[in-house]
Ligand binder design. Sequence first.
Ligand SMILES: C[S@@+](CC[C@H](N)C(=O)[O-])C[C@H]1O[C@@H](n2cnc3c(N)ncnc32)[C@H](O)[C@@H]1O
Length: 267
Amino acid sequence: MSDPYADLASQDKELQKRIADAIDIRSQDLAQKEIRQAYLADIKLPPNASAVELGSGTGYVTQDLISMAGAKTALGVEPSPVMVERANLHFADIPNLSFVIGDARQTGLPDDAFDIVLMHTLLCHVPGPEKAIHEAYRILKPGGVLAICDGDYSTATARIADFDPLDQLVRFMINQNVTNLWIMRQISGLLTRNGFALGAFKGHGYVAEGQAEYFLTVIDRGADRLVEEGVLQPDTGEALKQEARDRVAQNTFFGYMSYVSQIAYKQ
Ligand SMILES: C[S@@+](CC[C@H](N)C(=O)[O-])C[C@H]1O[C@@H](n2cnc3c(N)ncnc32)[C@H](O)[C@@H]1O
């Protein structure tokens, strides 16, 4: 199976809803919010700044452009109608926050229009990421900010000892749901080749805390895919999901991955 996030609009509605549920859980995870705060709050925007998030999912990170980065208005662009509907539902009461269906590589938005463009866990899913970078350059005002944050996916793990079978679920989930594992190790070159000046480049460690709600969605999706592929018997998949829950209950669960953020400026 190729990365379903790369073409979410054409996936089965149930899969789109399952992914939307996982994105909702992740966006509200406190440790994930801290990561977004750590790179968005430092950005200096002009008064009444206009912002756009490309790949806006269920909309929480688009809202951060107002609450954390200080933009006046924020627009989310997202190809999946299920996501756009969900985002509109979450934020119907906020007039300066809106969502439209569109593709990061060809948004149809005007030239030189925005003070900030955000790509939060988008680029790892986009075949031809340079097209999205090029589009961001086009729609940014001169001097405008491009903020990119994505997972450094090879670091994702649930291993608490050698040969821990739960780790295989995480590895398989990543293998099946990410187009480019290495995007944040390639990003600085990609940006400078496309005319951007580089700003802050930061690493952010994410440790699943408490009930590990988001990491359990990773475990579950990995187990279910291995069952669908016929690698695991359904009972084995369920047993591994239960193992993860038992670890959470006994405080022995460990889930970790690194994220990396890069700020850049249109010259
Ligand atoms: C992992 S989700 C992240 C959503 C949101 N940024 C967040 O962090 O909560 C990636 C999103 O990017 C969207 N996406 C994938 N390819 C895209 C493209 N070419 N243009 C715009 N969005 C895209 C997917 O549909 C999905 O909603």
